[in-house]
Design a protein around this ligand. Structure first.
Ligand code: FES
Length: 107
């Protein structure tokens, strides 16, 4: 596999409902991860973009959290429709989606 141009990390951390910290699993992160994989498949971008599910990325209250390198941009409160926008704008045209970037207060 060639080195990817961009690497997308999708938080799929789960915590019990009574845990003091929220988790992305409480906000349908599994559906978001599936949408990333579906778009990757539909757009045939396997040689340019890698998608990896991961545990907690940090800003749990702002999830579902998505981290993209090499830019080091963290997106929060991502919904299923946002995933195609992230592909269209950021991943394929190097235009970060400003409205989804997590506030510096959280990351
Ligand atoms: S649980 Fe997803 S960022 Fe912490």
């Amino acid at each position: 596999m060639p080195k990817p141009e961009k690497h997308v990390f999708v938080c799929v951390q789960n915590r019990e409902p009574d845990h003091p910290r929220p988790s992305c699993s409480q906000k349908n992160c599994a559906e978001i991860a599936e949408e990333f994989y579906w778009n990757l498949q539909q757009r045939q971008l396997f040689e340019k973009i890698q998608v990896t599910t991961t545990s907690c990325l940090g800003p749990c209250s702002e999830g579902p959290s998505i981290l993209i390198y090499p830019e080091g941009i963290m997106y929060g409160d991502v919904n299923k429709k946002d995933v195609a926008v992230i592909f269209d704008e950021h991943l394929q045209n190097d235009r970060p989606v400003e409205r989804l970037i997590v506030s510096r207060e959280f990351w």
